[in-house]
Write a protein that binds this ligand. Structure first.
Ligand code: CA
Length: 224
């Protein structure tokens, strides 16, 4: 889904200016085009307004800390893979970062070749799954019409279930009205109750919290 305009565009969010400069220089030398943000707020702004192939995010940041930054981006549907830098190797920190939606982490101090290797691996994995949407743990593979991951058995979807889920999951914080979902998934000819029927099917397959009913307004992506 999320394809980058520049395959090597990288967002670096690191408040240690010296480290940021050093990393910018090294990453630029390795072929990345680097935007450097020095706090979480600026990082959030850049990540929401530009498309990056990959992000490197320090965990301890002013304004918005690294895990919060990644969680906010995921909540907005930004699936750009993130490598988190952490000064602390404590398991809790790592788990928190990964739970927030980071794909990988490195403990400071780290060796540059390792950083570069991890970034290459992230880019490779992400381009393999470019036709999938993060559901906050599990993913939707659009081409295969399958929900997979998070240690759970894969769930096969019909094409309409997949279309409906793709629209909801693409903008997870937004509420969609029945008529909008009707137009986008089913077309005018269909029975107006079709949206409710397919929401019911998706809940049956993915759990009752998968899609949230917003009374009087419509539906929103829930927890899968
Ligand atoms: Ca820091």
């Amino acid at each position: 889904m999320e394809t980058s305009d520049d395959p090597a565009a990288l967002l670096l969010v690191e408040d240690d200016r010296q480290l940021s400069e050093l990393l910018t220089e090294l990453l630029t030398g390795a072929g990345y085009s680097v935007d450097a943000a020095f706090d979480g707020q600026a990082g959030l702004h850049w990540a929401l307004t530009r498309r990056y192939a990959v992000m490197v995010v320090d965990r301890g940041l002013p304004a918005i800390e690294g895990t919060q930054l990644v969680a906010k981006l995921r909540a907005q549907g930004v699936t750009t893979p993130a490598l988190m830098l952490t000064a602390r190797g404590a398991l809790d920190d790592v788990v928190e970062g990964l739970d927030a939606g980071a794909e990988d982490y490195l403990v400071k101090p780290f060796e540059i070749p390792e950083l570069l290797a991890r970034l290459r691996a992230l880019l490779r994995r992400h381009s393999d799954s470019a036709d999938s949407i993060d559901l906050g743990g599990r993913r939707l593979d659009i081409a295969a019409r399958r929900v997979f991951g998070d240690g759970q058995p894969p769930v096969e979807l019909s094409s309409r279930e997949c279309d409906l889920l793709r629209i909801l999951a693409g903008r997870p914080s937004r509420v969609f009205s029945r008529s909008e979902l009707m137009d986008r998934v089913f077309g005018a000819a269909e029975n107006p109750g079709a949206v409710d029927t397919y929401v019911h099917y998706l809940r049956r397959k993915l759990g009752k919290d998968a899609i949230e009913t917003v009374r009087g307004l419509g539906y929103r992506m829930g927890r899968v």
